[in-house]
Ligand binder design. Structure first.
Ligand SMILES: [Zn+2]
Ligand SMILES: [Zn+2]
Length: 352
């Protein structure tokens, strides 16, 4: 066999050429002369196979990705390495050189390819939704039988700002398009329902509360014919606060903490701690507030009872002893609360 290109005889042929002529003619990669990509001028996301992805990448990285995606590599190539160099930029046209190196039949080859990359600018659907004030859900912050306090609103605003900052790194729909101050609370208009749920859970983790969702039809998607829903999520904070006194299932207690799942309280006439799930919130009765606690003095003590002075009438009152208060000594000043005519010595002191 002989090579028709260089004339060498008695050689093995690859696609009708000897090995060195074959390698000389070989192209590591193939790519079009011109490539286009579409970018959102607002967030920098690029459109790839119908999806908007990767907001905020540096331009060199975008060009590199676009060029890499357009390249086809010959099956014979091993250890391919690609570098993209932007030579000149004219408006939205990037003239680039692709530096390719790879191993073919044991030989390392380096090649250069010229390519023109064109940038098409537009606004992605998420950004145009944001611009038009689009929202999928409204968080209605309320409180039961009262309005949310200034402190609660301030803390909740802070939670929302921090969560949005974190979530918006990955989710373009993580934004608040409107915050409405109403007589009964605050309404937050949220880009996506998923984000709204995430925000509600973060608030609930700190304040607890009862969550209710009500979807309302907000229109119809013209292309699919399906109804579009907007979801109102109401988060109702409890009527009570930490330190207040409640009755639940015949137990009296002082609230020690609220979280996303339950309300914890210390029982008033035993050393025990109990809790109630939020779904049973309606069965909780508030019997006194933290502001109703008073201080008084222990006047005597027996193995069965502790005697204190009623803070207003100064009458001596005997309180049955239990483990939670058994360590109290005569002469000590103790916090107490009066509920339905009975006095209870408190084991925990909260700031009023
Ligand atoms: Zn040859
Ligand atoms: Zn965008």
């Amino acid at each position: 066999m002989f090579c028709p290109k260089c004339g060498k005889e008695d050689v093995e042929l690859f696609k009708c050429l000897c090995k060195s002529c074959f390698i000389e003619e070989f192209r590591l990669i193939s790519l079009p002369d011109k490539i286009e990509f579409t970018i959102c001028v607002k967030c920098g996301s690029t459109l790839k196979r119908g999806k908007w992805k990767n907001p905020g990448l540096p331009e060199e990285e975008i060009i590199y990705n676009v060029v890499s995606d357009a390249i086809t590599v010959d099956d014979l190539v091993e250890n391919l390495d690609i570098g993209v160099e932007i030579i000149t930029i004219r408006g939205s046209i990037f003239e680039c050189i692709v530096h390719a190196s790879g191993t073919v039949m044991g030989e390392t080859i380096k090649q250069e390819y010229a390519v023109e990359v064109k940038k098409n600018k537009t606004i992605c659907p998420d950004c145009s939704k944001y611009d038009s004030g689009y929202y999928e859900a409204v968080i209605q912050l309320r409180a039961d039988e009262r309005v949310p306090s200034k402190d609660e609103i301030e803390t909740i605003d802070g939670i929302i700002i921090a969560r949005i900052k974190k979530l918006s790194e990955k989710n373009m729909m993580a934004y608040i398009t409107n915050r409405m101050v109403l007589k009964e609370g605050i309404d937050y208009y949220v880009g996506s329902y998923k984000v709204a749920l995430n925000l509600v859970n973060s608030i609930k983790e700190v304040f607890g509360g009862v969550v209710k969702e009500s979807p309302k039809i907000a229109g119809r998607n013209k292309s699919t014919g399906k109804d579009l829903y907007r979801i109102w999520i109401s988060l109702r904070l409890a009527k009570f606060h930490k330190g207040d006194f409640i009755e639940y299932e015949g137990n009296l207690g002082q609230i020690t903490g609220l979280n996303g799942k339950r309300i914890a309280f210390k029982e008033l006439d035993s050393p025990h701690t109990s809790s109630v799930m939020w779904r049973d919130y309606d069965r909780i009765k508030i019997v006194a507030e933290l502001e109703d606690t008073k201080n008084t003095t222990v006047t005597s003590k027996t193995p069965r009872s502790i005697q204190i002075l009623h803070p207003e009438t100064y009458q001596p009152i005997d309180i049955p002893i239990h483990e939670g208060i058994s360590g109290i000594e005569i002469g000590e000043e103790v916090p107490i609360v009066e509920i339905e005519g009975n006095l209870y010595i408190l084991k925990l002191i909260f700031n009023k």
